[in-house]
Design a protein around this ligand. Sequence first.
Ligand SMILES: N[C@@H](CCC[C@H](N)C(=O)O)C(=O)O
Length: 290
Amino acid sequence: MKFTKMQGIGNDYVYVDCTKTELKNASEVAIKVSDRHFGIGSDGLILIKKSDKADFYMEMYNADGSQGKMCGNGIRCVAKYVCDNKLTDKDEFSVETLSGIKILKVRKDDKGLVSLVKVDMGAPILEASEIPVDVNNLKNYSNREDKRVIDETIEVDGKQYKVTCVSMGNPHAIVYIDNTIDIKDFPLEEIGPKFECHPAFPEKVNTEFIQVVDNKNLNMRVWERGSGETLACGTGACASLVATNLNGLCDSNATLHLLGGDLNITWDKEENTIIMQGPATTVFTGEIEV
Ligand SMILES: N[C@@H](CCC[C@H](N)C(=O)O)C(=O)O
């Protein structure tokens, strides 16, 4: 299997061009290639396919072989892949995903290679049942009128946290952490898996731990369902901007500082859509037996 390893602010996936060939057992291949000791090493696998509704189709798998409906850092790398490998000559095109069709715009460097990608990520989903969140597993759920999960109480491993939930096509739980600690010292490996498998999240959840620096800057660490800690999560950054704005803690445009780099996120409230902008990088290409 020919592949290209790419990363978007450190969230790395193995990309396979399936526009002309088919890959069988994608879920098993995802587990194999993602292994950082016995495989290529990645947070998962992304297949680039043809679409009859858009210019391309993105199919993504987490490191444990589970399928994700959307991947923010992945879709920027798909944009770089299709442009740099001349599968399209357009600077603006569409990519179909399991969570709908996204519109992407690329910026190229002086060698004609894509360096920055802007993605219209669509509208955030806030209704609990659509995220999905089982509100019966929250403590004293209070937003029954609008059915959103904003600043609600959840008990995880005997400790109570305030949580806000948003879907960007995939489910996210956003939790605010103490600003006085260094975010790198937060015990993510211990707490992340407990949120991921909490009964409030019937399809599991990606959890973002946020420190509000000021109304234009947020620090973020993420525990992704199916992949564990990653250096960044694009959909997670979008969901965190929405959650933090709904809690009145940041502007509708802010920079998210993740372990692997920064993303600029805007909630265009007139259009009710989220715009994500960030880099995409090719690491290396190769061939592996699968
Ligand atoms: N890293 C991604 C999200 C990948 C999918 C996620 N783990 C899920 O299962 O929902 C991103 O950049 O958005």
